[in-house]
Design a protein around this ligand. Structure first.
Ligand code: MRU
Length: 351
């Protein structure tokens, strides 16, 4: 099974190497990020995207950006690290993994004793740990989630919550990869995911690379497929999970959850602990990123609507916890009532 590496250190370790996801599926282009501007631009333009992957890229990007600085004193170096963490952590507001990773890196900078050289070494080790932990969490999500997939199954997913979005085999796609490994017969329906087509460009690409059958749907088609009995279960990823189990994920997820509930189809969310934000009480408290209207207005420089028409372009929506059958975390499958962070809940390490 071929699973791509979305984010890694360059051969020399002096850059973050990403797959430029804007170019897929036409070209597999790797891009090296060497400065804080490169890192912020790559995250903002979705060259690197997906909640865990932007956290990883942000943490690794901090290291390469700091390695170019010439601050002599410990205090100057820590102040520079804090400023860079703030800047990188604020590029996209919805996925909690990005500020989570940057806060973790800031903590390492503040608490590591010694001169800038030692702090930088500790930060490099910290960024590598975030990458490796994510890889392991993806695998564990897959191990827990695969139990929910029958021997023969049609699974619907939205956006891309696969290897391209993480440091490992993905979140929503991890159970699917493991089902394939175990010889289960899985067919994936991938919602196209307007406006930037993460489903058709990215999910369909990585699944075909891995030899998994995939059928792409335009976003509005899912409900009628469900009505026809073609979908056994839905699995999506998450950008932020509030303490009460409300989930922010790619715009269109909420509509899918409503359709799944109407048709009595299980609706699962798969996410690592780093996506659970116990400091956010409910979905109402999640900041939703609104993106440039041109993403919807144009394609390849050509207008798709009258130039004067207004555009509504939130990148994410919130699915209320009551529509979610279960949340598949690296610690196990959590079922309602959700109370992340409360004692007894298995996934309380976020935030
Ligand atoms: O705007 P994107 O492409 O970064 O949105 C990504 C998603 O909504 C994913 O479903 C989510 O980040 C989970 S990725 C494991």
């Amino acid at each position: 099974m071929t699973v791509v590496e979305a984010v890694r250190w360059s051969g020399e370790g002096d850059a973050v190497e990403i797959i430029d996801q804007r170019q897929l599926p036409n070209e597999l282009v790797r891009r090296e990020l060497r400065t804080v501007d490169d890192v912020c631009d790559a995250i903002l333009t979705l060259s690197v995207r997906g909640a865990p992957a932007i956290g990883i890229a942000g943490a690794m990007g901090l290291v390469v950006a700091l390695s170019r600085l010439t601050e002599d004193t410990r205090e100057q170096f820590i102040a520079a690290a804090e400023a860079l963490c703030d800047r990188i952590g604020g590029v996209r507001p919805t996925a909690v993994n990005l500020p989570w990773a940057m806060e973790r890196m800031c903590g390492i900078a503040r608490t590591t004793p010694g001169r800038p050289r030692e702090i930088l070494d500790a930060l490099r080790a910290g960024a590598t740990a975030i990458l490796e932990e994510d890889r392991a969490m993806c695998r564990r999500i897959g191990e827990h989630g695969v139990e929910l997939i029958p021997e023969m199954a049609s699974v619907l997913t939205h956006c891309n919550a696969g290897a391209l979005a993480t440091g490992g085999i993905g979140t929503a796609l991890a159970p699917i990869y493991l089902a394939k490994e175990q010889g289960k017969r899985v067919h994936v329906f991938a919602n196209e995911t307007r406006p930037l087509l993460q489903g058709s460009r990215l999910t369909a690409w990585e699944l075909t690379q891995a030899g998994i059958d995939v059928t792409v749907l335009a976003d509005g088609m899912a409900a009628s497929l469900m009505r026809g009995g073609a979908i056994d279960l839905v699995i999506v990823g998450a950008d932020r999970i509030a303490a009460n189990g409300d989930v922010a994920n790619k715009i269109g997820t909420y509509a899918l959850a409503l359709a799944a509930r109407y048709h009595d189809i299980p609706f699962y969310v798969a996410a690592p602990k780093s996506t659970v934000d116990v400091k956010t009480a409910s979905g109402c408290d999640i900041t939703i990123e609104h993106r440039d209207g041109d993403e919807l207005r144009e394609w390849n420089g050509r207008l798709l609507m009258p130039a004067k028409a207004s555009v509504y372009n939130p990148a994410f929506d919130v699915t209320p916890a009551e529509l979610i059958t279960a949340i598949i975390t690296d610690d196990g499958v959590v079922r309602p009532p959700y109370a992340f962070g409360a004692s007894g809940n298995s996934a309380d390490a976020g935030g």
